[in-house]
Design a protein around this ligand. Structure first.
Ligand code: AMP
Length: 311
């Protein structure tokens, strides 16, 4: 089913199939192109259950493009835990309301059979060494599954070549999922995708917890305990800003004071390669650039966060 767009109330057009998406994009681009003879198209891929973090991606993409497509698809391939997939929140109606306010033109919400008509793809992308550390170490297959769907979504939303209008194509991802962003940038470079990847900063609660669709599974007490993640990141960031030694182990020690929070990793890496910068986090003053990655479990919920240092 697809609902026709109503320009008066900015209700986005909801499309379910790749063919409907292409037709809707062509129509929207043609409506915009006469203004400048060229057009820009932004894609924001999401799994729905939208919060202010997603809204920030959507409003950034809205401001930078003539036509804005937001996809909502809970991709089973990137869940290594069936229970996590089953309980992942699905809130399409509320999501569409948020997207109407944020000014999306088209919402692409396909069924799994549209994305994977023959079931699990036979030919798969391999996220390699980059995809097997940090999040990949705890969630085997997660990044291969993520790349599988992003590769397809980037194809689905590619501006139709038949229009005769040059269209600049951009896709937007959150810095919150830093490892995902690095891998997507590599995939786009390695496979020559004609798309520009743009990243958007992390949105946090007023207390500092990075927004995530999974935060709703935290009790009040757990959410409060989880703030140690931000405290530890800020402690190190302040040392970096003062060009002091980072003393990562000492900062990671903050987690020992929160029994509800189980630290998985707290690691300084190169922002582009995710290689550990062990030499730069011991007793010498910090110089250069780094990305501090953290993951922790609170109850049954896995939380990730990160902070860039030296910018
Ligand atoms: P998801 O629906 O969790 O797959 O996320 C869709 C996009 O929103 C991804 O590019 C995420 O990195 C981004 N995102 C999720 N949470 C946040 C946040 N708190 N701040 C900024 N971007 C976010």
């Amino acid at each position: 089913m697809s609902i026709p767009a109503d320009p008066a109330d900015r209700t986005p057009r909801i499309v379910r199939t790749a063919a409907e998406l292409s037709a809707a994009m062509a129509q929207a681009i043609e409506a915009k192109a006469p203004e400048h003879g060229t057009a820009t198209l932004g894609l924001v891929p999401t799994m729905g259950a939208l919060h202010s973090g997603h809204e920030s991606l959507v409003s950034t993409a809205r401001a930078q493009n003539d036509v804005l497509v937001v996809s909502i698809f809970v991709n089973e391939l990137q869940f290594n835990d069936a229970q996590d997939f089953a309980r992942y929140p699905r809130t399409l109606e509320a999501d569409v309301e948020i997207l109407a306010r944020a000014g999306a033109d088209i919402v692409f919400a396909p069924e799994a059979t549209e994305v994977y008509p023959d079931g699990r793809p036979l030919v798969r992308l391999d996220s390699g060494e980059l995809g097997s550390k940090f999040e990949g170490a705890s969630r085997p297959g997660h990044f291969d599954g993520m790349l599988a769907v992003v590769a397809k979504l980037l194809h689905f939303a590619m501006p139709p070549a038949t229009l005769g209008v040059p269209v600049s194509y951009r896709a937007y991802f959150g810095q919150k999922d830093a490892q995902q962003l690095v891998l997507i940038n590599r995939m786009v470079a390695d496979l020559n995708y004609p798309v520009e990847i743009r990243s958007v900063p992390i949105i946090r609660s007023a207390e500092g917890l990075a927004l995530s669709s999974r935060n709703q599974f935290l009790t009040g007490e757990q959410a409060k305990a989880a703030l140690v993640i931000h405290r530890a990141l800020v402690l190190v960031k302040e040392r970096a800003d003062r060009h002091e030694p980072l003393y990562l182990e000492d900062a990671a020690g903050l987690f020992d004071m929160e029994p509800l929070v189980e630290l998985d990793y707290f690691e300084l890496v190169d922002p582009r390669t995710l290689k550990e910068l062990a030499f730069n986090c011991q007793d010498t003053p910090f110089t250069g650039e780094g990305l501090l990655l953290v993951a922790a479990k609170v109850g049954g919920v896995r939380l990730i966060d990160n902070m860039t240092l030296g910018y």
